[in-house]
Design a protein around this ligand. Structure first.
Ligand code: FAD
Length: 388
């Protein structure tokens, strides 16, 4: 598809990818409507996420870096620990030491709220309670069909509907389905019993990883990622019972255990998934972005979704083909997917692999971090020229 700016765009999904793409496309002159299945963006509830410097530079191009920063807090440093409390390395968090921007952590719902508010200010219409169930590319345009019986016509349909994307399957019925990754995630807040402000800590415990970071409000934000080969029924455990349940899992890891005992809040647990490479990212007038195309994880899901949004708007506003968007994103995202797979394996490591990690990580953090992450953090997205 090739189209000039001023085109009509239907974005399916108003999460991070959808709201960022809507903002980027509107700023470059498109007429954009977001169709979101859920009634609201979830506000302050839900879990938190981190934005790395590459995602922050994307937000700068979208004109909302400061608003996002104000909704979260800076986390310049990352420390790695063994379960027993041995330091395994210190490195910059989501950036290179030479970067002037620092990684930011915030609640996912707050990020979505900021992006949606900025998108609306740029003229985007956001319709909630609209779940995509069908789509028809009839050559002259594309028609989106929703569960409530309504339809919408557009020149371009952007599938930003996340991991369980309906757009992905409509575009290619043979597209892969997500598979349980052997890990799940439970996060929450605790009283301040460990950690220094501004530092993201990752503990490689006996039965899974455990992340924690002290927030400016005096609480500690924590996230437990137990390794569990068989898919657990997370809904079977009441929220209030999770700290006690997890205290058994992390019984051999003193800091995670202390934080779980000091837990004051638990967010809804989620299973972690992998998705085999999605063969079709775009066809005709439809394109996939964000988790719908590539759930990367590893602290890069939101940042990669923001990058997608910028590149899509650049390509569309220049009247170029969607194939060019895919060409510009495939290799970088593929590299990130490989890094994320390695990250997942480190979290599931058994006793032998853990001992190897304990030896290798201090060397990696000291000698190889900059060389192995420069491709990720120094990426140049180019410019995003706002419509006159
Ligand atoms: C536990 C966990 C921790 C994470 N931590 C981080 C982190 O630290 N850093 C990071 O960068 N990323 C992190 N991520 C990933 C990050 O949240 C996602 O990669 C990022 O939000 C991508 O957003 P998305 O918009 O593509 O998908 P989503 O955020 O899932 O949004 C999809 C939207 O589409 C809507 N939708 C779905 N189906 C339909 C439909 N049929 N019709 C209309 N609307 C629909 C949904 O309601 C939703 O609003 C984490 C993810 C998880 C699960």
């Amino acid at each position: 598809m090739s189209a000039p700016s001023g085109i009509k765009v239907a974005v399916i999904g108003g999460g991070v990818a959808g709201a960022a793409a809507a903002l980027a496309l509107a700023r470059t002159g498109a007429e954009v409507t977001v169709h979101e299945a859920h009634p609201d963006p979830a506000g302050p509830v839900g879990s938190f996420l981190s934005l790395a410097v590459n995602g922050l530079r994307g937000l700068e191009l979208l004109g909302c870096l400061e608003q996002v920063r104000a909704a979260g807090f800076e986390v310049p440093e990352q420390r790695l620990w063994s379960g027993g409390g041995k330091p395994l390395g210190t490195m910059p968090r989501g950036r290179l030491a030479s970067d002037d921007l620092h990684g930011v952590t915030l609640m996912r719902g707050r990020l979505v709220e900021v992006l949606r508010a900025e998108a609306e200010r740029a003229g985007v219409r956001i319709v909630t309670g609209r779940r995509l169930t069908g789509h028809h590319d009839h050559g002259a345009g594309v028609r989106a069909e929703f569960a409530d019986g309504s339809t919408a016509e557009a020149d371009l349909l952007v599938g930003a509907d996340g991991l369980w994307s309906a757009t992905r399957t409509l575009l290619d019925p043979a597209a892969p389905d997500p598979a349980y990754a052997g890990l799940y995630n439970v996060s929450g807040r605790a009283e301040q019993v460990a950690g220094a402000p501004g530092t993201f800590n990752m503990v490689f415990g006996r039965n899974g990883a455990f992340a924690y970071l002290p927030a400016p409000d005096g609480t500690v934000w924590w996230s437990a990622q137990p390794a569990e080969p068989r898919q657990p029924d997370l809904a079977a455990v009441p929220l209030s019972e999770w700290p006690e349940r997890l205290a058994e899992t992390y019984a051999a890891d003193p800091v995670p255990l202390a934080l779980l005992r000091a837990a004051t809040e638990v967010h809804r647990p989620t299973l972690m998934h992998t998705l085999a490479p999605v063969p079709v990212w775009q066809r005709g007038r439809t394109v996939l972005i964000g988790d719908a195309a590539h759930p990367v994880g590893a602290g890069q899901g939101a940042s990669m979704a923001i990058e997608d949004a910028v590149v899509l708007a650049q390509v569309v506003s220049a009247g170029r083909s969607l194939a060019e968007y895919e060409e510009r994103r495939r290799a970088r995202v593929g590299r990130m997917l490989k890094a994320a797979a390695a990250n997942r394996e480190a979290k599931k490591a058994g006793p032998v692999a853990r001992r190897v990690n304990d030896l290798v990580m201090p060397l990696f953090s000291r000698y190889a971090y900059t060389r192995s992450t420069a491709w990720l953090y120094t990426h140049d997205l180019g410019e995003l020229t706002p419509a006159a």
